[in-house]
Design a binder for this molecule. Structure first.
Ligand code: SF4
Ligand code: SF4
Length: 189
């Protein structure tokens, strides 16, 4: 038998959490009138369990756990097409980003491997100022215990100059460190 989700009135805690998410994302979910323009333009909605429109609807209905546990928030590529297309000015891309951070804070991540990839990517940007593909692959494979995953792609990519075995560092690493420090201060890392 399929699980049934019951929708009831929002508790005070739910209301506070939604307000916090909206504030952090800088957007208002109640502006959304469910036209679906965001989902129609999203390049990865085909792979999502809930389309961007449905993620907003979950929040409007107070189904916060479902939204935080959705795989969609990790599949989102932050391309911002949805935010650009929304006739009501809802910043869905920012909301997706906010939901990812909240899911991490609450240890409520649908796909742990994606969260680990996200962490590996951010760590390399923090350290070198840009992504370091070989380092991300190594960290991700070790932390997910998939030691040889995608290993066959590494050498051809290096031969074609698409990935380097060593990290490349940008000049403005101090500025990058300051950006990460500010994000941490604002609770956005
Ligand atoms: S485009 Fe905007 S108004 Fe339309 S469903 Fe998406 S968020 Fe809602
Ligand atoms: S920002 Fe995310 S949800 Fe929005 S269109 Fe791009 S991939 Fe889809």
């Amino acid at each position: 038998m399929e699980a049934v989700t019951r929708i009831g009135p929002l508790t005070e805690d739910d209301r506070r959490l939604i307000e916090k998410l909206e504030k952090e994302a800088g957007t208002d979910i109640n502006l959304c009138y469910q036209c679906g323009k965001c989902s129609a333009g999203c390049p990865v909605s085909f792979a999502m369990d809930y389309t961007p429109r449905q993620v907003i609807r979950l929040l409007q209905l107070g189904l916060i756990d479902e939204a935080l546990g959705a795989e969609s928030i990790w599949i989102c590529a932050t391309c911002e097409t949805c935010s650009e297309r929304c006739p009501r000015g809802v910043d869905i891309a920012s909301l997706m980003d906010t939901l990812r951070r909240e899911a991490l804070r609450r240890g409520k991540v649908a796909d742990k491997k994606v969260a680990l990839f996200n962490k590996a990517f951010l760590n390399t940007v923090k350290k070198y100022g840009r992504s370091y593909e070989a380092g991300i692959l190594l960290y991700h494979n070790l932390s997910t215990r998939q030691f040889f995953k995608d290993a066959e792609l590494g050498l051809p990519m290096m031969k074609r100059g698409k990935a380097s075995p060593f990290p490349e560092k940008i000049k403005g690493r101090d500025e990058m460190a300051k950006i990460f420090a500010r994000a941490l201060e604002a609770g956005r890392e």
